[in-house]
Design a protein around this ligand. Sequence first.
Ligand code: ADP
Ligand code: ADP
Ligand code: MG
Length: 652
Amino acid sequence: MGECAMFTKILIANRGEIACRVIKTARSMGVATVAVYSDADRHARHVEMADQAVHIGGSAPADSYLRGVVIIQAALDTGAQAIHPGYGFLSENPDFVDAVVAAGLVFIGPTAAAIRAMGLKDAAKKLMETARVPVVPGYHGENQDPGHLLKQAADIGYPVLIKAVAGGGGKGMRLVENAQGFDAALISARSEARSAFGNDAVLIEKYITTPRHIEVQIFGDGKDVVHLYERDCSLQRRHQKVIEEAPAPGMTDAMRTAMGNAAVQAAKAINYSGAGTVEFIVDASNGLHPDRFWFMEMNTRLQVEHPVTEAVTGVDLVAWQLRIAAGEALPKQQHELTLNGHAFEARLYAEDVPKGFLPATGTLRHLQFPEQARADTGMRSGDVISPYYDPMIAKIITHGPTREIALLRLSKALQATQLAGTVTNLTFLDRLARHPDFVAGNVDTGLIARDLNNLTREQPAPQSARALAAIHAGGLGPVGNWQQGITLWSPLKQTVWLADADGPFDAILQMQSPDTVLVETDGGSTPMIRRNGQWIDAENQTAIPAQLFPDTISIFGPQSWHFNIIDPLAVDTGATIGGDVILAPMPGLIKALSASVGQKVNAGDPLIVLEAMKMEHSLTAPRAGTIAKVLVQENQQVDAGAALILLVENDA
Ligand code: ADP
Ligand code: ADP
Ligand code: MG
């Protein structure tokens, strides 16, 4: 261990929240940082935070964050000694690790050999079997003949899970209930695997009923391995994690010891160094038992949900990564690692929950996190969620002495998060945080799907929120303006037009005194009073923060409500044009445009391909007619509701 000097400068081969997260720790250790960025990320938060930044190419990951050669050159050019890969992108690419090492740099992570050993799920399972780690019963052999696989499925016993051996992020996975469904599921799993991973080999596993996902954080230094306890990631939607926690609810000493030992054994089998996670599937149909957990896969990198482990162990996992990569031994031994309290993490995404969690884009007009929670984010107010990358906005992490307190803090933190400019899963996360089964610790991977309707149901904005929005739309809102705003200028009675998720509505504002106004909508009248410059609902007396933008208003109550301000003149103009306007149903990128001015079209003719988060949506003509105006161009980014094409009658 002669030479183990800490790096003086590292490059972070990633973007978003994880790049910011790594920079924060590096800075606290006195290590200078180099960010890399794509065209779309020119002004991103991670670029601003780093000491230096290098442009590495176009916005698509293949043109920038996946270009290993360019990234290594950037490290050499800036004098960085090591590369931190974050997660995703190149983090589990052994060829990249080889190239980093060949360039004389240090890869902050495991060896290429360790990544290769765990890279394919079938090979990893075989390896774990020889290391005497329990693996999920199933078939992980070479023979990929459909008839052979069908027979294996029958031997395993339905239900079974077909998994892409190269899989990740829940892709290439199909649950099969019986032999009749097997062939179709195999075909679709294979085709998804082929396009996502370029490898269509699959394995078959027994599907564990009432499954819980419990994983163990491990750390190795190439000689020794310790574990930093478990995380429960059972709250999932389509095999993707939504809320994670540590420790696992209901964990027993016997189970924890067995899982910790199995994870350490798994890592020792490949002489692991750095941070890693061993994922297990647990049969929770009858409590937790030390003989009812099985190895699923090992993720040879820092995991998205690592902050919950940091919260309960007090260890900065990124600091450990840097120290081990610099040649130090494990900073702590197993007996020095203890658990303190409970922690949760919720993943905040730009996505349209009522539309089946459709990924969204947009500009964050406003973004503010409560001070009481840890918020790991790569975004600021004004930043754009582009269609090129994962639409995660932030991770919100809370800690408390007990599970109950930490979970209450999570719900509070979600409610106090203010965000405007795009749809998000914020309300969904808060409902999940207050779900009775989750609160009781009765988790399994089917919880969200079982109660999806309740968790995603849209609730109309309450009268008090509508009234507050109307007051702002009527120009009575902002503190500071109010004196001249109201007493001198405001009419005693005025009408404003707004729209929310339920559609357009109007509100009549009647000033009854400088500090009282009655707001009438079709839902009734709401008396509002002003106290200390803030308008509050006279009945329940709670002040709710609001933000006014040129054409929208956001009300940040226990839930957020967003209103569009309708300009009645603009609506009239639209009506007199008398055509059909084709609007963008969601924010996205105009991928293809097959309409030109003067062109005659029939109902159903495809006019535009809109790409929103790697999914393509074809927008078609609603009826026969002539294209009068094309208001967008190819490769243009559009917001939801943007007018794209104007269609008029054929003889117009
Ligand atoms: P986890 O999500 O807990 O890290 P998984 O085993 O589910 O673990 O693996 C999914 C991985 O794929 C995550 O690490 C995530 O960062 C990565 N990922 C997902 N989407 C993207 C993306 N658009 N670009 C890069 N990496 C991604
Ligand atoms: P990925 O690489 O996509 O993360 P995993 O093998 O880790 O794939 O599985 C992802 C999720 O799928 C798990 O967290 C779990 O919810 C579910 N799952 C995987 N294997 C099984 C199984 N054998 N039985 C039940 N659920 C499973
Ligand atoms: Mg996994």
